[in-house]
Design a protein around this ligand. Sequence first.
Ligand SMILES: Nc1nc2c(c(=O)[nH]1)N[C@H]1C(S)=C(S)[C@@H](COP(=O)(O)O)O[C@H]1N2
Ligand SMILES: [Mo]
Length: 512
Amino acid sequence: MASASSRTRDLPAIVAAIAATVLGAGLGELAAAIISPSASPFAVIGGGMIDLAPAWAKDLAISLFGTADKTALLVGIAVLLLAVAGAAGALERRRPPWGRVALLLVGVVGAFVSLVRPDSGLLSPVPSLVAGAAAALGAGLLIGRLRPATVAAETSTGPTRRGVLALSGVAVLAGALAAAGSVALSSGARAVSAVRSALRLPAPATTTAVPATANLGIDGLSPVLTPTADFYRIDTALVVPQVDPATWSLRVHGLVEQEVVLRWDDLVALPQKETVATLVCVSNEVGGSLIGNARWLGVPIRDILARAQPTAEADMVLSHSIDGFTASTPLEALTDDRDALLAIGMNGDPLPLEHGFPVRMVVPGLYGYVSATKWVSELEVTRYDRAEGYWTSRGWSERGPVKLQSRIDVPRAGARIAAGDAVIAGVAWQTHVGVSGVEVQVDDGPWQPAKLATAISTDTWVQWSLPWTATSGSHTVRCRAISATGETQTSAQAPPAPDGATGWDELTLSVA
Ligand SMILES: Nc1nc2c(c(=O)[nH]1)N[C@H]1C(S)=C(S)[C@@H](COP(=O)(O)O)O[C@H]1N2
Ligand SMILES: [Mo]
């Protein structure tokens, strides 16, 4: 049993080990910035955790933190790491060298994980090893200095202890400097960003018009085209893949008569189509914001598949991303007459890096996880009984047709509005099926038909609105969509997993 005073004497050792770990982490990040950003120990551990996480954990992370889920994960890892470092410090003081060994081991585990990451290279383990070795060495040196003081207990608050704390401060500072250096270095190496900025997109051969009547022009209502900066981002990539168009290629293989390899120059030389399509995440809750509508420029995937000639037994295309993500898309959705694109442009610009630069897929009618592969590098023509996509192996459905949904944007939930003339408005969608109506219910009143804006196409969401005379008091407002095939949106509530949320969006308002 450790006595209270023994625990007090742990404190400088704990501080020293944490400081050494901060130094190690900083140096590890610096090494990664030099070698390869995706080999960052944090990215490696975080990426491994994302890949191992069960479906419910992904769901929880997205519903708790939304698109800030990655930041939350990194903060969580940092907190965990510091806790482990503290424990290793106490261990090192009591049972040297086991504290040092523990820190080194953390680095070795990181190195192993880095080797099995899909985008790993020969040097990928180096940053984690640097981090682990620096933390172990630093902790050993600092805590070793404390040891003479433990022999003469009365001097344990003396100059040795202060000296170690001062050195710990220096270590933290050095770690912070190294981390700052890594940020500076990797932003300096953002060569792909520069390539993207200089890129000129080819002109589209065909375009899709956005009728003026597609926008109802109501304050607070989602604009019919989502500005790129507001477009949600969901992916498993902790570090955004940096893919240079000059080295990009797409390999179409598997159950095909003719393997096809397409390079950037080949792709941009083909006739380009500009379409408008709504992309929605299967994790989008009822009323959620993981949805956006954009102009996409690209080549129809069916044109590429036509060259490869899938064999009769094929029923699925497993698209691969450069970073190991995969999506299983029904072959039919990529060969029928819908505008499934290999997209290179978004809202008139090259794809932003975080939205898949230089090339991604966009397939109307399917949730993103089974269709919208970013940084796409391979189309593997196969069968559902032979292969499965990234999220399917984690408990999500193998197919993900978008469900009929509608959302209230105006008024905002919980808003206080004045009695009198008001408006209720929102968006509704079932991509590639289309929406023929939206109905709104206030309290227990009748379902009233809303006015629908002009739909750009069945592949996009559509705005709707309903004038409302607000009376003072508390009111509940809900909406439901009717699809182009006559289906009414179900009130049955289902969570996002395994194939998309259902239920009616509803909000409560207080009218003054
Ligand atoms: N490479 C890669 N592509 C991906 C994903 C991913 O994790 N990695 N996530 C998919 C999911 S789940 C969705 S909803 C869409 C989101 O696309 P966005 O981030 O451009 O909005 O990308 C899809 N494409
Ligand atoms: Mo998604």
